[in-house]
Write a protein that binds this ligand. Sequence first.
Ligand code: NAD
Ligand code: TYD
Length: 364
Amino acid sequence: MTAPASPRFRRLLVTGGAGFIGSCFVRDTLARRDGTTIVVLDKMTYAGNRANLAPVVADPEQAAHLTFVVGDIADAKAVAPLVAGVDAVVNFAAESHVDRSILDPEAFLRTDVMGVHVLLEACRLEQERARKGDRAAAPRFLQVSTDEVYGSVETGASREGDRLEPRSPYSAAKAGGELLVNSYFVTYGMDALVTRGSNTYGPYHHPEKLIPLFITNAIDDQPLPLYGDGLQRRDWLYVADHAGAIGHVLQNGRSGEVYNVPAENERTNRAVVTDLLALLDKPWSLVRQVEDRAGHDRRYAMDGSKLAALGWTNGMKFEDGLAATVDWYLAHEDWWRAIKSGDWNAYYERQYAARLASSKEAGR
Ligand code: NAD
Ligand code: TYD
């Protein structure tokens, strides 16, 4: 699925554009060469990586359409002039890892709630300017949210109107952020909408998350720390499909609406690990059953009929996406070895040392 030849929103502020999904959105959008210009605003936390935008920088025509700004979405002074120059804001910026939210919840509130508030206030100011005739139209605001706001869904599939029952500091902060977005639509008539994507995987995924952690550990014959019984279920969405769906909703979605972005590739963690070990030709004996994540959500699943009605279809089958992802990590050791060094070691020690010391065979 491709965006329209002449997109409605052509000057974009993409926050968090140096992260996993945001950088895919930037790469894929600029590769279309449809006149879109992008300003990336990224705080460059441990998860931000300039190398994720290397393909854009290496292409002079695409590079000419990209401006990169290092800054915090919670910094009103940094945000205001950037929002003033664009037709739309796509907010990928977030603290995004559940395990880190259990270790340090405060950073999540600052970025995932207060950061959203600051962006919304900047858009409200621009809306006022548009009302006075100082700019052509108010900016559109798209908040990239997550299926995790629904909480653990034991059966069935969440629909957009379902109650939000977030259970981790990460998902609670994301729910707070998107509820603010809805409040600005209702209260100020702002042009704003939300996507809720499912678990995403693919190239450039930070190696703290399940799939890239297990691929890179397996390449090095290191243990794979499987939480609890490993029968938790996730719906795995290929990153280019997630980024594409966000672009489609940005251009075609209705203001005030929320759109689920599911993959319809539900798998237990054990099934995912089995598949990636087979692709790497590595033994199951690498898998260690470790102490479970606190408050671990058992299952996420969403109904995608609203997004389908908007005209979006995913393109990647899970088997092909996982194989492409494994190949990418095999071919890009420099990229992930640079991340798995320095600060990484302290994080890994804190998250896994005690767990691995008391781990047991995972059994098949
Ligand atoms: P990521 O952690 O890879 O990237 C986040 C980016 O945001 C990084 O570049 C980081 O430097 C930047 N950032 C963090 N705090 C910032 C701040 N205060 N100001 C500016 N930049 C800041 O995350 P991701 O996996 O690419 O996720 C992107 C978005 O998609 C997030 O909002 C996340 O909640 C959502 N999401 C992710 C998934 C998933 O499986 N990865 C699924 C659904 C939704
Ligand atoms: P993760 O990639 O952190 O995504 P999320 O928590 O947002 O779903 O984890 C995916 C699943 O894998 C989740 O059920 C937790 C599990 N998991 C492990 O078993 N071991 C690990 O080391 C990690 C990081 C995750």
